[in-house]
Every structure is written in C-alpha cells, then in structure tokens.
Design a protein around this ligand. Structure first.
Ligand code: PRT
Ligand code: ZN
Length: 304
C-alpha cells in the first residue's frame, strides 16, 4: 500500500477514529450514515474513502488529539475526557491549544468521577484535603482541585486505577464511570463528577483551507442533519381546521408543520418533524384532541 501523504500534499480529508474499543463501531456507523464508505486495507490502519475523498485512520484513542495537532489527520472522533486531558497537559507545558471539540456526538457517554471507599461518609470536597487520589487523568483532576481549592496528592496510574485504594497506593480514585459496576466491584462509590464526557468530533483550532475546508463543511452539514434526526420522527395526520391550534400545543417538540388543505378547506393535513418520543400514549392524546389518520415515520436523512 502507498503510504498516506503528508498534510501539505493532501486534498483529501483524513479522519482518525479508534481502531478497536468502545468508540470504534459507533464512530464508523455515524460516519457511514453520513454517506461515507471505505475500501478496507489489509493492515486496517488506513482506509481509503470510496464514496468521497475522506479517508479513515484507525488508531488508539489517546493518539487522536496529537494526530490532529500535528496535522497528520484533520478530524477525529474521541472521548471528551481524552481531548480535554491532553489539552490540559499542553496548557501545563505552556503550549498553545491545538485541537478543539466541534460537535458532541451523543454516544460513549460516561463521567470522570471521584470515587471513595464505600465506608466513607461523604461530606464534600473539603474532605479530600491532603488525600492521595489515583487517576489516569491528572490534568483534569488538577484543574478541578484548583477550581475547588483543595490540595491533594495526585497519583498517576496508566490503568487499573480502581484497585489503587485496596493496594494502599491511594485513598480514593478519579476514574471514568458509566454503569458504576466496576467501582462497586471494588468497594468504591462515586461521590463527585469532575467531567461529563461523551464521544466528540475534534478538529484543529485553525480553520481548514482549500479543498479540505469544503469536505469538512460537507461532513459537518451531514453530521448535523444526522444528529438532529437521531431521536426524531415524522408525524403525519389530518384534522379539522379549528382543532389544529390545540393539536399543535400537544406537540411542543415539533418543528413548525407543513400544512395542506383537503376537502375544500375544512380539513387540513399536517406533517411535522418531532424531536421527542412519539409514543402510543401521545398518539392517543392527539386522537382524542381531534387528529385522524395518525402516522409516524422514521427519518433517514436531513439536510438543512
Ligand atoms: O486501545 P485504546 O487506547 O484505543 O482504547 P482504551 O482502552 O483507552 O479506550 P476504551 O475503548 O476503553 O474507551 C474509549 C472511550 O470510551 C473513553 O475514552 C471514554 O470516552 C468512553 N467510555 C465510555 C469509557 C467508558 N464509558 C467506561 N466505562 N471508557 C472507559 N470506561 C471504563 C471505566 O473506566 C471502568 O473502568 O470501563 C470500566 C467499566 O465501567 P462501568 O462503570 O460501566 O463499570
Ligand atoms: Zn486509550
């Protein structure tokens, strides 16, 4: 395979995603839903974009902010926790920011939280004064401690953070939590959120120029459409003209509807994009309020 070209020589967009891990499949699925497709390569580190000049780089999530900073790739899908931790490290080293969050993507949700042994009675952050906190996120923890005015010792561990209190390496931990099962299995309980996280689309601080700017804009437009319709449904129904104001009050999460006149003017047909759950219960409420022929349709694409 020909090695990927350096940034200056590229007119194709390059997106880094996690090779394997929690974010890799949802990231691919989201990009595919935006109309992108790739030819798989044998080494599976670089996938050539077939349907658009947008290539994929499959890497470890921790490498993504650095690849963006170095211009090796243009965009990346990574946890906010990783992006902000590395931004904090750069800041601490006196280097200017090099990447930023462009969009929150709504998957990979978790939180960076302080967790203490189960038998602690939690009375608030001041209890952490002088304690040892094990974490893989020293920059985020340091920032939170500084904001909170607490002085504690940060014990940096690359992994298996939750076992540190039992091994006597630390008094408590600051780690990622989703279900909380791992903490519970280690007799720890979360007491304080340091950062709410999810997968984000990250890009450089400086705007793109040339053909890659157009490609990035196209991708963002499609992505915005997909993110907007993720929980949306198209609702269609008919109703007598005088019932319509009441019916629209029952649809506070809907976009302004498209309305047609049927039956010479007394009956209207409406179509509205609803951004919330359109449950059976809501349909029954609408029916009671005068709607007929209610129909809920999935929305596949939206281009604003
Ligand atoms: O190999 P590579 O370096 O690419 O992968 P990785 O092992 O560093 O990352 P991976 O795949 O574990 O996580 C990638 C991203 O997923 C993280 O950076 C977060 O943004 C996000 N994410 C969402 C999580 C979790 N949920 C999560 N639960 N990352 C890690 N965890 C860990 C957590 O720390 C705990 O130890 O999973 C464990 C189980 O969590 P509970 O609370 O469900 O028990
Ligand atoms: Zn990682």
């Amino acid at each position: 395979m020909t090695p990927p070209a350096p940034a200056a020589a590229r007119d194709r967009l390059r997106i880094a995603i996690q090779k394997s891990g929690r974010l890799s499949e949802p990231a691919r699925a989201l990009l595919s839903s935006c109309g992108l497709g790739w030819r798989e390569s044998r080494d599976r580190l670089f996938c050539y974009g077939e349907s658009a000049p947008v290539d994929l780089l499959l890497v470890r999530d921790d490498d993504i902010p650095g690849l963006i900073a170095d211009g090796v790739c243009d965009l990346g899908i990574v946890g906010r926790n990783v992006l902000l931790e590395q931004a904090g490290e750069r800041e601490a080293a006196g280097r200017p920011p090099a990447s930023r969050e462009l969009r929150a993507l709504g998957f990979g949700g978790c939180r960076l939280a302080l967790a203490v042994p189960e038998d602690w009675e939690w009375r608030g952050p001041e209890q952490l004064q002088g304690k040892r906190i094990a974490t893989s996120y020293p920059a985020l923890l340091q920032r939170w401690l500084a904001e909170t005015g607490v002085q504690a010792q940060i014990v940096v561990l690359a992994g298996s953070v939750e076992i540190a209190p039992r091994l006597g390496q630390a008094d408590l931990v600051c780690d990622l939590v989703s279900s909380g099962a791992t903490l519970a299995a280690n007799h720890l309980k979360p007491v304080q959120t340091v950062l709410e996280s999810e997968a984000v689309l990250a890009g450089p601080v400086a705007p793109f120029t040339g053909p890659r700017a157009e490609l990035a804009e196209m991708l963002l437009r499609r992505l915005d459409g997909m993110l907007k319709i993720r929980h949306s449904r198209l609702l269609m129904f008919q109703a007598a003209r005088e019932r319509v104001p009441v019916l629209l009050q029952l649809l506070p999460d809907a976009e302004p509807p498209t309305v047609w006149q049927v039956d010479g003017g007394d009956c209207l047909a409406l179509q509205a994009l609803c951004h919330g759950d359109v449950s059976w219960q809501r349909l029954e409420e609408l029916k009671r309020a005068g709607a007929r022929g209610l129909m809920v349709l999935p929305v596949e694409r939206l281009l604003a």
